[in-house]
Ligand binder design. Structure first.
Ligand code: SF4
Length: 373
C-alpha cells in the first residue's frame, strides 16, 4: 500500500517559528490546483501500489475555497479510489473550520482533520503570530465533532517563549480534556531563517532551558499515559487503533507520492524532490513537464534514513530487517554501539527491537547520531 501527499504552500500569514515552505498569500491558487492535477496524471505510475491514504498538508490547506478544494479532490478521485481509502486527512487551522467547511470535506470523502492549535494561551499564540485564539480552537474542535468528524488530531508546541511549566500543563490538559483520538506535541525549535530565530538572536525572546524542556516533556508523557494514550512516535500520541496511518507509513519506509512544491516522493528505491518555486512549478505543469529531481541514495544514506525513522518510533529498529539489509557484522556493530545506551537505560532491547527509551526521546538526536554512518 502507498500514500499520496499533496502540498498546499499557502498560509494566511507566516507563523514566526515556521520553516515549512509556505507563503502568506494565495493569488495563484487556482493555477496551482490545476498544476497538482496535472502532476498527479504525469506521475501516478511512479508508484506500483494502490493508495491507501491521502494527506493534504501545507501550508494551510483550509485556505482553499470550497470550490478549489472540490476541484482538487474530485480531480484526485479520477485517479484514486477515495471511497476505499483507509485514511484521508486534511490539515486545517482553527479559524477556517466552519460547519459548511466540515460538510464540504465530508462530502468529498475526507475522514480525518489535523489541526494546528499550538497553545491554549492567547498571549503565547500572539507571540508566535498565530491568527486564532484559544477560544477559536475550542470552537473548531466542537464544530468538527458536531459535524460528525471525530478523527481529529491537534498539534501543541511546548517550550514557547515565556511559557512556564504551569502554563504548559494548562494547555496540555485543556487539549487532553477533549479526549481526542490523536494528538502531536513538539518542542519548539528555533530554525534559522525564521522570525523567531531572529528574535532569539536579538535577545527579544528567550529559549526554554534544557531543564524546563525536560520537565515539560516528562509531564507530557506522564499525563498522556495517564489519559490512555500510546506514545507511538517521538511527537505522536494516539488512543488504541487511532495511529496516524499516513505518517506511520513514512516511518515504516513504505512508498509515497508527494505532489506540489517542496514535496518529496519515495517509490521504494528512489527518492524524488520537488523544488519550492511556485511559479516554476505551475509553468512546468502547464507544459506537462516533470518538476522533480531524482536522487539515487547510496547504501549508507539508505541505512541512515532507516535509523532516523526507526529510532523516532516506540517500536524502534527491527533487528531482523536490519540484519537482512545490512548483514550480521553490521548488526553486531550496531548492538555494540547500543550497549552503552542500554546500560544507561536510555535505550531498550525488547526481543528483536532496539528502541530509545521513552524518557529519553527528547534527546533522541544525540543518541541517533551515534548510529549514523
Ligand atoms: S500555518 Fe502552519 S505552515 Fe503556515 S506559517 Fe503557520 S506553522 Fe507554517
Amino acid at each position: 500500500m502507498a500514500g499520496l501527499y499533496i502540498h498546499i504552500p499557502y498560509c494566511h500569514a507566516k507563523c514566526s517559528y515556521c520553516d515549512f515552505f509556505s507563503i502568506p498569500r494565495a493569488d495563484s491558487v487556482d493555477s496551482y490546483v490545476d498544476a497538482l492535477l496535472v502532476e498527479l496524471s504525469l506521475r501516478r505510475n511512479e508508484i506500483a501500489q494502490s493508495f491507501s491514504t491521502v494527506y493534504i498538508g501545507g501550508g494551510t490547506p483550509s485556505i482553499l475555497s470550497e470550490e478549489q478544494l472540490a476541484r482538487l479532490i474530485e480531480g484526485i478521485g479520477k485517479t484514486v479510489d477515495i471511497a476505499s481509502l483507509e485514511e484521508f486527512t486534511i490539515e486545517a487551522n482553527p479559524e477556517d473550520v466552519t460547519p459548511q467547511w466540515c460538510e464540504t470535506i465530508k462530502r468529498l470523502g475526507v475522514n480525518r482533520v489535523s489541526m494546528g492549535v499550538q497553545s491554549f494561551d492567547d498571549e503565547q499564540l500572539a507571540i508566535i503570530n498565530r491568527r486564532h485564539s484559544s477560544q477559536d480552537a475550542i470552537h473548531a474542535i466542537d464544530t468538527l465533532r458536531s459535524s460528525g468528524i471525530n478523527e481529529i488530531s491537534c498539534d501543541l508546541i511546548y517550550g514557547l517563549p515565556g511559557q512556564t511549566l504551569d502554563s504548559w500543563k494548562h494547555s496540555l490538559c485543556r487539549l487532553l480534556d477533549f479526549d481526542l483520538p490523536h494528538f502531536s506535541s513538539y518542542l519548539l525549535s528555533y530554525e534559522p531563517g525564521t522570525r523567531l530565530f531572529q528574535q532569539l538572536k536579538h535577545g527579544k525572546v528567550e529559549e526554554a532551558s534544557e531543564e524546563l524542556a525536560q520537565d515539560m516533556y516528562s509531564y507530557l508523557i506522564e499525563e498522556a499515559a495517564r489519559r490512555g494514550y500510546e506514545h507511538y512516535e517521538i511527537s505522536n500520541f494516539s488512543k488504541l487503533g487511532h495511529n496516524a496511518v499516513h505518517n506511520s507509513n513514512y516511518w515504516r519506509d513504505l512508498p509515497y507520492l508527494g505532489l506540489g512544491v517542496s514535496a518529496h516522493s519515495f517509490d521504494g528505491h528512489v527518492r524524488r524532490f520537488n523544488a519550492n518555486k511556485i511559479k516554476d512549478y505551475i509553468d512546468c505543469m502547464s507544459q506537462r513537464l516533470l518538476y522533480c529531481k531524482v536522487e539515487e541514495e547510496t547504501a549508507d544514506e539508505r541505512h541512515n534514513d532507516y535509523i532516523i525513522v526507526a529510532l523516532r518510533t516506540a517500536q524502534g529498529i527491527d533487528l531482523n530487517r536490519y540484519m537482512f539489509n545490512w548483514g550480521t557484522d553490521r548488526c553486531n556493530q550496531l548492538l555494540s554501539v547500543a550497549q552503552q545506551f542500554i546500560d544507561r537505560q536510555q535505550m531498550t532491547l525488547n526481543g528483536d527491537y532496539l528502541a530509545i527509551a521513552e524518557a529519553h526521546m527528547l534527546i533522541s538526536d544525540r543518541i541517533m547520531v551515534e548510529f549514523i554512518v
